[in-house]
Design a protein around this ligand. Structure first.
Ligand SMILES: *Cc1c(COP(=O)(O)O)cnc(C)c1O
Length: 417
């Protein structure tokens, strides 16, 4: 195995007792590989983010909902967020206590709300009309409200979820109307939440958002919790030396803001965060195979099976993922060169890395797409009638275990009537 192009995975002993080529031979290409040790480490880092005692980490299940990943997060003492009845269902199946699940709903039907109520899961609503709908369904019940603090943050327009130009949350100017509806249906406001966006690498915007939600919280005098949202970024450009989010500094800032607020409020209520990507992003590497190397005019293309049906982030958000190169033979790469790495889908936007400087790549090489644990498999599709990959867990003892089988051709026609 070529040693010099596996710096990140090698430093983590990511593949345990096995190798990328063995995994591809065993489970097919492409395949998502997750490392349990890295996953547990991230859970613990965030659980220890602040020294404030009444603190919980809600894992945002939409980032990766493989049941085995959820079980590990649950074992680590995390709570869970759900964005749909389906996510409530998988959370419950993975063993999360319904009291530890928060259903963060957005424009949902009565039936969807009723599903949460029937399963003892607290719902967060994010408009006046949905609060009214909730009141009709569950008078006298507990509810949570998502506010939009008017600030947003994120790596791409599509993932900024706070601020005046997004669909999410209740405008804080509507607090009087909120109170009227709470009274009308005798609802108990258990908590408020926000989520201003995804992938911040500098905590200052987050802390700014926290201050806004805390000032909104002052309007309500008997809250049980405040959920500050997710968005904790990971360094997708590790190979170019991008630093990690400074959790120590962020934790200290949060501690200060929380402690000040709590002493004014007079009650040590619970604070929650809702990270998805930070928990699972870096524990996943997507493996694919190089089938073609060619020039089109002046551009060198590396043709792989890593289509956007398998990992859509680069095509959808122009996201960067670092790439490692694995080779079974000892044939050396004699140079670094600029190449465009593409998939096998019939669209020219099917690009996983554009004009990227990589060591010379040959047909038969295996590529490892780093930091693919979040918004990877869960956004994969059968577009072009391609099969979604298997998912494999590298356990703490270094052994590997299949945690979702690869699609079969029969799966493609399973739902036809
Ligand atoms: C997506 C989402 C999260 C998680 O975002 P990350 O960037 O993965 O941390 C948290 N809360 C809500 C409401 C979300 O929609």
């Amino acid at each position: 195995m070529l040693k010099e192009h596996n710096k990140v995975s090698n430093s983590l002993n990511f593949y345990g007792n096995t190798t990328p080529s063995e995994l591809v031979k065993t489970y097919g290409s492409t395949v998502y590989v997750y490392n349990e040790k890295v996953l547990r480490e991230r859970c613990r880092e965030l659980k220890n983010l602040v020294s404030y005692k009444n603190f919980a980490v809600n894992y945002s299940v939409k980032a990766n909902s493989n049941p085995e990943i959820l079980k590990i997060a649950c074992e680590e003492g995390l709570y869970a967020d759900a964005m749909s009845p389906g996510e409530i269902y998988v959370n419950l199946k993975a063993g999360f206590d319904p009291k530890k699940i928060l259903y963060i709903s957005n424009n949902v039907s009565k039936e969807e709300m009723q599903y949460a109520i029937d399963h003892g899961v607290l719902t967060s609503v994010d408009s006046i009309s949905q609060l009214e709908q909730y009141g009709e369904l569950n008078p006298g019940g507990r509810v949570c409200i998502r506010f939009n603090p008017g600030v947003g943050a994120g790596h791409h327009e599509k993932v900024v979820t706070g601020g005046k130009k997004t669909k999410f949350g209740v405008d804080p100017h509507l607090v009087p109307e909120v109170k009227d509806i709470l009274n009308k249906y005798d609802l108990k406001l258990a908590g408020i939440n926000q989520h201003i966006g995804s992938l911040f690498m500098d905590g200052s915007k987050y802390v700014e958002g926290v201050q806004s939600v805390l000032s909104i919280a002052e309007n309500f005098d008997d809250l049980e919790f405040i959920d500050l949202g997710g968005g904790f970024g990971i360094p997708y450009n590790k190979l170019s030396g991008q630093p990690r989010l400074d959790l120590k500094e962020l934790g200290q800032q949060l501690d200060e803001v929380i402690n000040n607020w709590v002493s004014k409020y007079g009650k040590e209520i619970q604070f929650k965060i809702e990270p998805g990507r930070y928990i699972v992003g870096e524990c996943g590497i997507l493996l694919g195979t190089v089938h073609t190397v060619k020039y089109n005019y002046d551009n060198k293309y590396i043709g792989t099976d890593l289509g956007f049906n398998v990992l859509i982030r680069p095509a959808m958000y122009e996201s960067h993922h670092d790439i490692e190169v694995y080779r079974e033979s000892d044939k050396p790469s004699t140079q670094y060169e600029f190449v465009t790495v593409v998939g096998n889908i019939c669209e020219s936007g099917d690009i996983i890395a554009k004009e990227r400087e990589l060591p010379e790549i040959f047909e038969g090489d295996i590529l490892g797409v780093l930091d693919a644990g979040a918004y990877g498999y869960c956004m994969a599709s059968n577009y072009n009638n391609r099969l979604r990959p298997a998912e494999v867990l590298i356990q703490e003892d270094g052994s590997h275990r299949l945690i979702r089988r690869r699609d079969t051709l029969e799966d493609l026609v399973r739902n036809f009537v």
